[in-house]
Design a protein around this ligand. Sequence first.
Ligand code: HEM
Length: 536
Amino acid sequence: QPKGHRNETDKTEQLKGFTVDNDGQKLTTNTGLHVAEDEHSLKAGVRGPTLMEDFHFREKMTHFDHERIPERIVHARGAGAHGYFQVYEPLAELTEAGFLQDPSKQTPVFVRFSTVAGSRGSADTVRDVRGFAVKFYTEEGNFDLVGNNMPVFFIQDAMKFPDFIHAVKPEPHNEIPQAQSAHDTFWDFVVQNTETAHMVMWAMSDRSLPRSYAMMEGFGVHTFRLINAEGKARFVKFHWKPVLGTHSLVWDEVQKLGGKDPDFNRRDLHDSIEAGRYPEWEFGLQVLEEEDEFKFDFDILDPTKIWPEELIPVRKVGKLTLNRNTDNFFAETEQIAFHPGHLVKGIDFSNDPLLQGRLFSYTDTQLSRLGGPNFNEIPINRPMCPVHNNQRDGMHRMTINRGPVAYHKNGIAGGAPHPTADGYKHYQEKVEGHVTRERSDSFKDHYSQAALFWNSMSDVEKQHIVSAFSFELGHVKDKAIRQAVIDMFANVSGELSAGIAANIGATPPAKADDKAREAAASPALSMMNTIKTPNG
Ligand code: HEM
């Protein structure tokens, strides 16, 4: 593609209607008045006080005083770009989602990559999970795939999310430390909540140091559902596979870049697109028949568990290309509002208790972050299809709805806008049981997949993981927490745990029985081998 080439998608056209260029224009106030001077405030005499009546000064300063909005409670630091998605072949057998049917159609997307823990001004190259959020502007409404660059999560239930984030963020009394995950509260949370084990293994691996956003995998993490036009549903996990392959920085590079170029990943994304080296990912699906739901020794609703790819292969079904930088970071990257509950026909959630809580949290936070209930009218959030309902008013309402009727059902407006039979319907899942806070027993298995992860690593990768744990724990002040981590990860691997203990001068793990771990992990694999999937 030539330098500066822009793919003219409909979304780009839509945004143009809101874009303003100042080239050659006269300076005005916000009410359109041409102004004669923009450097000196109005004063009573050459050496006198500033006058209240200087409306130009007041407007300029007032707007400045209110330029900041709250940063995201998590994933505050991000970088985004526009692009498009194209499916390889019609997926009608799996889903009726319109954007997954026609290989000739380009669906506009906006993607925002982020770190999780740092504030908006923090460095890109920290050891952290990366957010990978994709908004598809489909003809049937916006579909958001709000994922991460790791396939599992730290906790199993949304109830723990505020606690987890409080433990990850800088300590509240002094806002230290900001730069790394190495602190007492994080590791204390880990040992007190051992379902974190699997995700901590990913976080201590090279996966948390991506060399480029274009060299990162993405995962929807939770189990979702695909439903076809006949109403047949299957479970699915969503994947993004970078065309450039998955590559990481090494720890020494990360530390130097954090000082020399805190914008390293953001700059790379921007410069690659400007140079016409468009980042690309293939879209992948792991599909599981509903009747196979209980054939695993883990619950598919548990977000700390993967579906091993060698057992349920990832079928590559399409490609995402990012080809246009933002015109304005705030208007686009900062104001975009993702939500795992922004679905289209043919896609539905599962009862993953982490996902269920997310469905509440995103709109809730955006109501305060973006100032009221009308944030879907902000240009970057507007769908590509028309919006018609009876919602009215509220802060910053942009739409001018005509007519006297704002209710359903109505007779005066002929019933419009009316629900239609072909609209979104929630999957008619069968539910039964008693109201409870309990989960399946397998939610209590915190170590099998963490051990599988460790066992799948090469020697170099294992060394990096031991070094990462050693560096992070070396900064933990409380010796009891250090020891508890070493004892906890002996449940994953004695070799790992003993390696960390040796590096930081701690007591070797109390239980370092790798054989027992391997024995515990292998039945899971053999059991999963028996599962048949539509992918073959
Ligand atoms: C951002 C909540 C788990 C991926 C956010 C935000 C909230 C939130 C409140 C800020 C949204 C905004 O200000 O617009 C939660 C809760 C979770 C959870 C309550 C668990 C119960 C996850 C998981 C993933 C994830 C498991 C990955 C699969 C993201 C991403 C963003 C984000 C990528 C940034 C979106 C953007 O770029 O604007 N989350 N989250 N979150 N979350 Fe979660």
